[in-house]
Write a protein that binds this ligand. Structure first.
Ligand SMILES: Cc1cc2nc3c(=O)[nH]c(=O)nc-3n(C[C@H](O)[C@H](O)[C@H](O)COP(=O)(O)O)c2cc1C
Length: 398
């Protein structure tokens, strides 16, 4: 235990930002997993835009304002957060680290933020709920088996999840060519062919391979038990393959879920103002402006560019969250200045998890907190709740 802690601290020393964590994760993970996380759809234009468009926004500080300790805490849909951040739902995390979703939930609790626990997690939603104190939200995929989906909603309620986050941008799976090239998600099984093909990658990452083997090589996604054949949980492979029939969520499904869930309902994956409005008209309490981290439809705008249209369309009738491309505290500040109440953090948490499990995820959250604090101090802004468009430099027209 003590040795593990020292090892983790050594791995995290020198991880000062997202890029450092990503580089270290590259050294820990086999290539097919690194690419599964790092990659996006088609030419990855949207994925790159998500990050670059944050970089093009400029802050507008008030000099001469001394802010010793900026207030970062906020509340979203009745969930108190120590900073305006949640962890984004990411499927397949038990492949990244044996503690997977449990580690992320615990890290979120330690940092005083909330995890959005994925449908496609390697642990059941009950196991995740039991593993960590603190508020938690559950991400719901549309599954064509309606009774099964309602059962999942019921389980989330019984396990004390506060909000349901319904992902709406998964009509079919995005075209992730890195995954095709690596054979990830389509024929990832333990068989002779894969052993020969993937053996060299695994041999170069013995630490990961050992942990994965000791964890029983878990490919199954326990939350999907009602949807697999014969009541068996689906694997990532099956889940991806069954995409076309089972995942295509429509407004009809949002309305159905609204009927059976009386907690907070969040619709994740809207970009257009009228879609956000539609979600709110159907009873959503919040929307997440998101393009799935550029993993679904390539060529759509960066999340931060889509945000103003959604803010204008929703007009205060619901909370607005954003994910995609948030890498530094300054990005969080920019998203809030443009009208988001909080952001969801995807890949940065996953890299932290890959490098040092729960400690790595905590490290990434605390790095972000330190960066938000520094940005707010330098801007002379006393509280995240005070951020608005006046804290951003107007973009040059043209
Ligand atoms: C490895 C990985 C798996 C993901 N799995 C899911 C998922 O199961 N459900 C979902 O709604 N979004 C999923 N997403 C998308 C994230 O929730 C989030 O929208 C995206 O990662 C945000 O972009 P960022 O990674 O640039 O922060 C996944 C993202 C990654 C990187």
């Amino acid at each position: 235990m003590y040795v593990t802690k020292i090892r983790q601290q050594r791995r995290l020393a020198g991880v000062l930002n997202y890029a450092d964590a990503r580089r270290r994760a590259w050294k820990v993970l086999p290539r097919l997993l690194f690419d599964y996380i790092d990659g996006g759809a088609d030419d990855e234009l949207t994925m790159r835009d998500n990050v670059e468009r944050f970089g093009e926004l400029r802050l507008r500080p008030r000099t001469g304002e001394w802010v010793p300790v900026p207030e970062l805490s906020t509340e979203v849909l009745g969930t108190a957060l120590s900073m305006p951040v949640l962890t984004a739902p990411c499927g397949g995390m038990r492949l990244v680290h044996p503690d997977g979703d449990l580690a992320i939930a615990r890290a979120a609790a330690r940092a005083g933020v909330a995890p959005v626990v994925p449908s496609g997690g390697g642990y059941s939603l009950e196991e995740v709920a039991a593993s960590a104190e603190g508020p938690r939200w559950f991400q719901l995929y549309k599954f064509s088996n309606r009774a099964g989906m309602e059962g999942l909603v019921e389980r989330a309620r019984d396990a004390g999840y506060h909000a349901l986050v319904m992902t709406i941008d998964t009509n079919i799976a995005g075209n992730r060519e890195r995954d095709f090239r690596n054979g990830f998600g389509y024929d990832l099984r333990i068989n002779v062919r894969n052993a020969l093909r993937l053996g060299p990658q695994m041999a170069r990452r013995p630490g990961w391979a050992f942990r994965f083997w000791r964890d029983g090589m878990p490919f199954e996604l326990p939350n999907t038990a009602p949807f697999g054949s014969d009541g068996r949980a689906m694997s990532l492979t099956e889940m991806a393959r069954s995409g076309a029939e089972s995942f295509s969520p429509t407004w009809h499904d949002v309305a159905l879920v609204r009927k059976v869930w009386n907690g907070a309902l969040v619709v994740k994956g809207v970009l257009a103002g009228d879609d956000a409005r539609q979600a709110v008209d159907l009873g959503a309490d919040a929307v997440v402006v998101s393009n799935h981290g550029g993993r679904q439809l390539d060529g759509v705008p960066a999340a931060i560019d889509a945000l103003p249209e959604v803010v204008a369309a929703v007009g205060g009738a619901a909370e607005i969250l954003l994910d995609g491309g948030v890498r530094r505290g300054g990005d969080v500040v920019k998203a809030l200045a443009l009208g988001a109440k909080a952001v969801l953090l995807g890949r940065p948490i996953v890299w932290g998890l890959a490098v040092a499990g729960e400690a790595g995820a905590v490290h990434m959250l605390e790095l972000l907190r330190a960066q938000i604090i520094r940005t707010m101090c330098l801007m002379g802004c006393p509280s995240v709740t005070r951020l608005g468009a006046e804290w951003l430099w107007e973009r040059p027209r043209g």
